[in-house]
Design a protein around this ligand. Structure first.
Ligand code: SAH
Length: 213
């Protein structure tokens, strides 16, 4: 039996994700599979497949589905990567990544969000997501280098520790700008430095911490 949520999720993928040019099959399969409605409060579940970010606890947000898909596609994952996420939040982006790569390390600075997200991810059976409470602007040195790093909060600048912890050939996605709006940047670590590309304008909650706001 197909549920209303499954129907809404399929519609979301068709209209918001494929309709806007995302075509990586692994990304589409992950977006089709992860039950986004379980990552928001019950009273918001009816909106969970809408084309918008939604509030979660601590005045934070779960990103718009299109932004999650776009960032995931831009990380160019083939399946055997070690990925670092800064800003676990609801855990939704971590789940999408976990569907595609080998292991996700995800850092959240609010203990309450960390606890809720890790319990949910565990409950859903994601054994390849490892979470912690820390200031993610320092990265997670213990497990470096990372094939991909995704920052899901807006930074004033690219935190140097994240560049340091990126493997050669690795991709870093990070919104950089002010408190209101940012530009999504994609950085690639080359043998002799970094390349940087601007993808699109975006609006994320602020990245706090030593190398953040
Ligand atoms: N990826 C999340 C979106 C979370 S919103 C999801 O799919 O739901 C951004 C998150 O970044 C918030 O939860 C916020 O608390 C967290 N955050 C902000 N600054 C941080 C920092 N320095 N270290 C770790 N997490 C941080």
């Amino acid at each position: 039996m197909t549920t209303d949520f499954e129907r809404a999720r399929e519609k979301m993928v068709k209209e918001q994700i494929i309709g806007r040019g995302i075509h990586d099959r692994k990304v589409l399969a992950a977006m089709r599979k992860v039950p986004r409605h379980l990552f928001v409060a019950e009273e918001l579940q009816g909106l969970s497949y809408a084309d918008r970010p939604l509030p979660i606890d601590m005045q934070q947000t779960i990103s718009q589905p299109y932004m999650v898909a776009l960032m995931t596609e831009a990380l160019e994952l083939s399946g055997d990567e070690k990925v670092l996420e800064i800003g676990t939040g609801s855990g939704y982006q971590a789940a999408v990544l976990a569907e595609i790569c080998k292991i996700v390390y995800s850092v959240e600075s609010f203990p309450g969000l960390h606890e809720k997200a890790s319990a949910l991810l565990r409950g859903l059976g994601y054994k390849n997501v490892v979470t912690t409470v820390a200031d993610g602007t320092r990265g997670w040195p213990q497990h470096q280098p990372y094939d991909a790093i995704i920052v899901t909060a807006g930074a004033p600048d690219i935190p140097t520790p994240l560049l340091d912890q990126l493997a050669e050939g690795g991709r870093l996605l990070i919104p950089v700008g002010n408190h209101v709006s940012q530009q999504l940047k994609k950085v690639i670590r080359l043998a002799d430095g970094f390349s940087e590309e601007m993808l699109l304008g975006c609006q994320f909650v602020p990245l706090r911490g030593e190398h953040g706001w």
